[in-house]
Design a protein around this ligand. Sequence first.
Ligand code: FE2
Ligand code: FE2
Length: 438
Amino acid sequence: MATTTTAPATSSGRMAAVNEMTRLLRLLFEVEREFLRTVTTLVYRVGEPELKYLVCQHAWESAGHARFIRERGRELSGFGTGEAVRDSVRRVFVEAVGHAKSDPLVLTAGFYEVLKPALLDAYRHYLKVTDHLADWPSKKLVEEFIADEERHLREVAPFLKGVDAREWKLHLTQALDDLGGWLGQETRLPLAAGYVWQQDKTPYAHPATCNRGKYPVCSSIFGFDPTEDPIVRPWLTDPKTDARVIRMMVYVWLMMEMDAIDYLATAFIDTPNAPFDLHHDLARHLWDESRHSQFGFRQLPKLGVDLMTVEHSLELYNILVHMPAHERYAMMTMEFEAGSFPTKAHVMDRVRELSDFEADTLLAFDRNDEQNHVRFGHRWLPEMMAQFGETRPVEEFVKATQEKFKQMAKTYGNLTPHSLPKEKRLTGEKILKLATAN
Ligand SMILES: [Fe+2]
Ligand SMILES: [Fe+2]
């Protein structure tokens, strides 16, 4: 027999106080997980790396909030076993995603000046209406999440200075007012008859390329010509290469995990029916890559590299965006990540010659994280495939996808010209000069 979805009247009356709080927790879970699914579309659309990093971090923290709420919710009766987000919540978040022509900073303002403050209000409301002794476990969580949400707003505020998003914020505010806030805790203001949902007019699609703002770009940073490319492949393995050169190259390599951030972030919105745990682990993966990229982004200037001379490679995003999300994910975990270990191991051994504890630490954590990512891949690729109705055995699918990628690379690869002439850009030759200067 199917489990009953409505409790008998007597028991629901008896448990009314719990049921009401569980209802709110369930809404908060859905809001957090849908925030995660949609805010990630900002990552590759905003150009400032620091803002990308922040959004990745906040996405991961939201995944944490959702996970702990789900855990707490399941201790209470009436949370439900499903994880689906109700349409009324989903509709507002999907609206906030905007479309291809939207200004990414205006969209960021929508998330961080309308939807997130409303979430903060919702948490504060929860704290106000729940019993602090009886519902202590939820209270502890919510108090912590309030501090997180306040910090998120503070952290993003500097990026939104001078951004005129009044019209867009009003548009989203109206959608939210129609619900009476995320928890329905405010007076509902029904939508005006003339309200037009953008998502019905112009559905969202991924941009053909990712945004790197003021930074110079190129197709790839890997190559064989020290007068052209920053990471000279044979130098990485040549025992005669100065270890300081290898260290600088690996920081460029790490910084360019920014492309992993950008293409991985596309996977959330494309999997609206994924189990929450999949998005949770993808969020972890995303945040890890954003930290790896920061390893390079923060270390290179300390070694005397001007970041305005380091071209960003757009190749992988530009190719992968033409493949569906499960194929992107297969390439990422089963090809790029799984295939990177031998070279990275060699690089780590060379860097250790320098007795640079910080570099050793960053590389060790990078390696540890990457091992987890491959594990995530083994766990989630079959589920990703299922989301897209892919029924071939995993191994066969991965092989076919690798072939497809090669074909796609012929069409969409190598299309981004160098922003900088080779005299100006960071190349192997320049790295050699900089790294061995003293
Ligand atoms: Fe990484
Ligand atoms: Fe990774």
